[in-house]
Design a protein around this ligand. Structure first.
Ligand code: ADP
Ligand code: MG
Length: 664
């Protein structure tokens, strides 16, 4: 295929600018879709109010007169003949247009009309005319030095000269079935639409194509996983395991038992496990993962448990050690703050197999880490890892089984896409004795009530989380900050209770110390950002107060709320906000994470569910799986049919689709 640098007009400088916005290939360029369109519709001079916005086209009637002022300021005046009369046009700082504005040239003028003077002060002048009535103009994401106009030029040049080379990912059967135009035509229209109808039509077609290719990949991966017999086959001693399960201080719930059973079945079969364990916050996923690790250990393999934050990794490590207290087994912790010396030691132990279980953060997937016989990989709150990182970890072992845990219940659409290639175990039932967490939405003016509610809990010797969206004051924002709240809380409670803060910018050692102190009830009020959002488990904390709650998505709030209600005592969540009450009220009524995530999804899209960083995994160029659910379902069905259809196995397209998946 033609390279980007060979597109006419693209020089070294524009090439690096294109790279900067993620365009590296010819295909990237022509699928850099407009993020919106400006519809330029012609106004009539008489209809526009004085001072009103006007878009009008016509021919230049008089040679533009250019005036230059000091400091590089210039102004140009000319007369324009339009369908609804003659009008004066003046525009600032476009001296460079003068040579193009020859008398008789057709132009489109956008600006404001001064009726008394009959002059338009233009903000923009474009060459050309508004054909019939309206002109639809694409607007692209650009970068400094690369304008929408540049992009439009490159894209159209690429389509004109090399449009035939662009691969169409829709097999011809479906092109015919849906009466879709070919790829080149579709691209031409999406970048230069003549009518809104046509634009809509090709948008559907391009969305379908994108989702078809994506779902083909998901279906393919799932099929490979099923048929390759590529897993580790191991003997798991159920009796030994059950003995252990029965010695736990509590009974597992039925859902936990089912999840354990499904996992053990996966691990014993010769198919590689690729399973998502999902369950609401507090549903008890961790213990299930520990049991899986133990089963893996009994069968002679190493396990790795990866957590998204250091706080959580440390917590898992401590719990795991407690869990395994009566078993002779080498468990280690590896995080970013493990000393160099300890790291070397751990690397050695992982390589020679003397370490059986390792818990850690991203540090587990650094290049240097080599395993002796990694048999099981578990990632907690996996939505926080990118697909790439997950793949990295999988490659460390021979073909380890993989278990993903997520407390963010995934709306069905997402389950179909990112987790479409996985099996799913769901824990719905909560451990016995759990009470509903009372949730209240309060205004800032009601802070006194809030402090009193906190005080009531503190008196009962319970602990409190206070959450703020920001760490420190910034000039641009009125939002609550961790540092400010610390001062306020000290004023209110400092005399009787110990108050401290934790946030993402602290050194991790310092964070651990604070978390440990909170866990041991040496700190009663912990003020924090969302770093405590995932997984942190301190059962004596019964109250969480979240300032500027409207700043967070409902799923995040639900996660935060899940920090309390972990013991037998009645717990409480207070959301403070002066706005967005309607959305926040959902939290008062609803305590089912699945329902909340669906609501959030409807209101905010997937941004909150996966965090901004992770949305890369889900970034479609044109499809939006929330809005395009129907297209997604169709694409899913069709792509599966195509994959399974033997007759098309020799199709060039099918081969290409498969080879791109296998290359990674
Ligand atoms: P999550 O699913 O959010 O990761 P955890 O695994 O952290 O939940 O479990 C929450 C709390 O519930 C922990 O303190 C854990 O020890 C406890 N727990 C887990 N399973 C049970 C059970 N079956 N009965 C009672 N308590 C349980
Ligand atoms: Mg957890």
């Amino acid at each position: 295929m033609t390279e980007l640098k060979d597109v006419k007009g693209v020089g070294p400088k524009s090439l690096s600018l294109l790279n900067k916005i993620g365009i590296y290939t010819l295909e990237d360029l022509v699928t850099h879709y407009p993020f919106r369109y400006d519809v330029l519709e012609r106004n009539n001079l008489a209809e526009v109010e004085d001072g009103g916005k006007i878009i009008i086209d016509g021919k230049v009637e008089s040679m533009p007169i250019l005036m230059r002022f000091k400091a590089g300021l210039n102004k140009m005046n000319f007369r324009l003949v339009t369908q609804s009369g003659v009008v004066g046009v003046s525009i600032f700082n476009r001296a460079f247009l003068k040579t193009q504005l020859v008398v008789g040239t057709s132009v489109i003028v956008i600006g404001k009309l001064d009726k008394a003077k009959n002059v338009i002060t233009a903000s923009d002048i474009k060459m050309g005319s508004l054909m019939s009535k309206a002109k639809i103009e694409p607007v692209y994401h650009c970068t400094s030095g690369l304008t929408t106009k540049n992009l439009s030029t490159y894209i159209n040049m690429a389509l004109l000269m090399h449009g035939k080379e662009i691969l169409d990912y829709i097999p011809s059967v479906y092109l015919e079935k849906y009466n879709f135009v070919n790829k080149k035509t579709a691209l031409n229209i999406i970048h230069n639409p003549s009518t809104v109808e046509k634009l809509k039509e090709v948008t559907v077609r391009l969305k379908y194509e994108e989702l078809f290719a994506f779902m083909f990949k998901i279906n393919y991966l799932k099929l490979q996983n099923k048929k390759k017999n590529n897993g580790l086959v191991r003997q798991i001693d159920r009796e030994k395991l059950d003995h252990f399960i029965n010695s736990l201080p509590y009974k597992l719930t039925n859902d936990q038992l089912t999840a354990v059973k499904e996992i053990i079945e996966d691990m014993s079969s010769n198919n590689r496990m690729n399973r998502l364990l999902q369950g609401d916050v507090g549903s008890g996923k961790t213990i299930v993962s520990f049991i899986a690790m133990l089963a893996n250990h009994f069968s002679g393999y190493q396990s790795a448990l990866m957590a998204p934050t250091e706080i959580l990794a440390v917590q898992h490590y401590n719990n795991l050690k407690k869990f395994l207290a009566n078993i002779d087994i080498n468990v280690q912790l590896l995080t970013g703050s493990t000393t160099k010396k300890d790291k070397q030691h751990i690397y050695k132990g992982l390589k020679d197999g003397s370490i059986s279980m390792i818990v850690g953060t991203h540090a587990l997937i650094q290049e240097e880490v080599e395993y002796c016989n990694l048999g099981l990989v578990i990632t907690d709150e996996q939505h926080r890892f990118g697909v790439h990182q997950r793949a990295n970890l999988q490659n460390k072992g021979v073909r380890p089984d993989v278990l993903y845990m997520s407390a963010t219940p995934i709306p069905r659409t997402y389950a179909l896409t990112i987790f479409g290639d996985m099996d799913v175990s769901t824990i719905k039932e909560r451990p016995a004795g759990r009470q509903k967490i009372d949730t209240f939405v309060k205004k800032n003016s009601e802070i006194k009530d809030v402090l009193e509610m906190m005080y009531e809990e503190l008196k009962k010797k319970h602990q409190v989380y206070v959450i703020a969206p920001l760490i420190e004051d910034s000039e641009h924002s009125e939002l609550a900050t961790v540092c400010n709240l610390k001062d306020q809380m000290k004023l209110a409670f400092g005399e009787y209770y110990k108050i401290d803060i934790v946030h993402g910018k602290m050194a991790s050692g310092a964070k651990d110390v604070i978390m440990e102190q909170f866990k041991n009830n040496e700190i009663q009020i912990l003020i924090s950002t969302t770093v405590v959002e995932v997984g942190v488990d301190v059962p004596n904390a019964t109250t969480i107060v979240i300032f500027d709650a409207d700043r967070f998505g409902l799923s995040t709030l639900h996660q935060l709320r899940g920090r309390v209600g972990r013991g037998d005592s009645k717990s409480m969540c207070i959301l403070i906000s002066d706005s967005d009450a309607e959305r926040l009220k959902i939290m008062e009524k609803e305590d089912d994470g699945f329902v909340i995530s669906e609501e959030d999804f409807k209101l905010r899209g997937h941004g909150d569910l996966f965090g901004t960083k992770q949305s890369g995994d889900m970034s479609f160029k044109i499809a939006n799986i929330r809005q395009d659910y129907k297209i997604l379902l169709q694409a899913k069905k069709d792509s599966k049919e195509y994959l399974l259809d033997k007759e098309s196995d020799n199709d060039e397209l099918k081969k290409i689709l498969i080879s791109t998946i296998e290359e990674g």
